[in-house]
Design a protein around this ligand. Sequence first.
Ligand code: HPA
Length: 269
Amino acid sequence: MKLMNKIKETAQFLKGKGIAAPEFGLILGSGLGELASEIENGISIDYANIPNWGRSTVVGHAGKLVYGELAGRKVLALQGRFHFYEGNPMEVVTFPVRVMRALGCEGVIVTNAAGGVEYGPGTLMAISDHINLTGQNPLIGANLDEFGPRFPDMSDAYTKAYREKAHAVAEKLGIDLKEGVYLGVTGPTYETPAEIRAFQTLGASAVGMSTVPEVIVAAHSGLKVLGISAITNFAAGFQSELNHEEVVEVTERIKENFKGLVKAILAEL
Ligand code: HPA
C-alpha cells in the first residue's frame, strides 16, 4: 500500500476508536513513558492492534498509544517509540508523526535520553537544533505533497516559541533547563571517544539515537516541535564506561522533574 493510503487508513482506524481531536503529540523516550499513565479519561491501544504500526522491542518501552487529557490538553502519546537501530525502516520510525499530523495535531513534544557532550548526567536540555549524522533521511522517496514540499526548510525545525515557553515554565518550577544542539546517530553502539571529540568540534551538546527522523518528518509537515533531552550520562571518553543500566538509573532520578516540566509546558502551549 502507498504510504499516503496507510496514513489515511491508520488515522481512520484511530478516529473510529475515539481518538478524535488530539492537539499535541507526545513521543516519550527511554524510561520517560510513565508520563502517559497520567493521561486522564484515556484510551489506550496496544501497538500490535494498530494497522500499519511498528512493534516496540526495547526494554523500557511499553508499546502503547495513549490518548486523553494531560494538563488540560488533548494529547496523543507514544509510550515507546520506534528506533532505526531495531531494524525498523525510516517509514515505520516516523509513521506515528505522520498520523499525528493527519489527526490534526498542532505540535509534538519529542523527548529522549541522550549522552552529554556539553552537559552532565541529570541535565534536562531543550533542543534548539539538530545535526543529522544518521546517514539517513526519512523523506527519501516519493514526496507526500499533501504534507509538505520536496525540499523542506529546516531553519526553524525546533519551534522557538515553544522553547521560550519551556524556559519560562522551567524557571517558574525552579528547574534548570539548559539548551543545546542534539546530534543524532543510528546506534545501537554508543559512540567512540574519538567520535565524541569530533561531535564536540561539530557543535553537539548532546548525542542520541532517536528524535532526528521524527523531527524531520514533523518539520516537513509543518508540525511545531519541542524537543527535550534528558542527559543520562557523560558521552564516551568523558567517563570510564557507558552502559544502558546507568541510562535507566539516571532517567529514574530525573523523571519527576521531567514529568512536571512537560505537564506545565503543555498547559502553556
Ligand atoms: N549516546 C547515544 N545515545 C545515548 C547515550 C549516549 O551516550 N546515552 C543515552 N542515549
